[in-house]
Design a protein around this ligand. Structure first.
Ligand code: FE
Length: 250
């Protein structure tokens, strides 16, 4: 557990609140963007970690200055403790319009539910004290209504489940080739079809990316590993491409 500064200048900070999960929980990263004192928390996580994440955030900024809670998709390791965050901060939530009425089942109070803003399929630009963060379409990576965030100041792409690694004990990817082992299984089984990788890679190449920061596991830092990841994912078979034969009765 640690706070890791991924980028910092006089008015802008990107901080990884490193994995607070334990036991059977899938490891998860929380990310914080602070610009001129106001913040956005990405994929805040579930009930077992919210108090730790909240106290870490409180050291970095007054929780009253949190402006956005971003939910890349509807999974419990992202949304489960949303109600806590709405109660404890004045932030607005952002999630795909596909999931609004599903996340209500996580017990989001009537009093705060109106603070959830839905993101249209095309994505949007989000203003944080003069900086425009891009909320970009990443549907089917892996969720049907799924978004990533690109921060033009730090040039970090917050990629959600794309790029996720499980079971690694390093924070930053060193040698990409030996990291493949930690990402391949997830990217073959959780993602639906290779077409989405090709479309995403084409879009990602139009962005100036220094860092790809996934919601699970190690971070790709530096243009070389960013490029290697994009080239690798573009040619990965996955999901249905590998599983056509499974559709038979057991
Ligand atoms: Fe997920």
């Amino acid at each position: 557990m640690a706070q890791v500064v991924l980028f910092e200048n006089e008015e802008h900070k990107n901080i990884l609140l490193e994995d607070h999960t334990e036991g059977e929980m899938v490891p998860a990263n929380q990310h914080l963007i602070i610009h001129k004192g106001r913040g956005m928390l990405l994929d805040p996580g579930g009930h077992k970690i919210h108090s730790q994440v909240f106290s870490e955030l409180s050291v970095l900024m007054p929780p009253g200055n949190l402006k956005y809670l971003f939910f890349s998709h509807q999974d419990p390791d992202i949304v489960a403790a949303a109600n806590f965050w709405f109660m404890m901060t004045p932030a607005d939530g952002l999630i795909s319009e596909l999931w609004l009425r599903f996340v209500a089942h996580f017990g989001i109070d009537k009093m705060v539910f109106h603070r959830i803003r839905t993101i249209p399929d095309e994505g949007l630009l989000l203003e944080l004290e003069g900086v425009h963060l891009s909320v970009i379409p990443a549907h089917f990576l892996h969720s049907a209504g799924n978004f990533q965030v690109y921060d033009p100041v730090s040039k970090i792409l917050y990629s959600g489940d794309l790029g996720a690694s499980i079971g690694v004990d390093y924070r930053i990817v060193g040698d990409f080739e030996s990291h493949i082992e930690a990402i391949q299984g997830f990217h073959q089984r959780y993602m639906p079809t290779a077409k989405v990788y090709r479309l995403w890679a084409k879009m990602a190449r139009t962005l100036d990316i220094e860092t790809i920061a996934p919601q699970h596991g190690a971070i790709f830092q530096g243009k070389e590993n960013v490029k290697k990841f994009i080239d690798w994912i573009e040619n990965q078979p996955c999901g249905l491409d590998l599983m056509e034969d499974i559709y038979a009765l057991p």
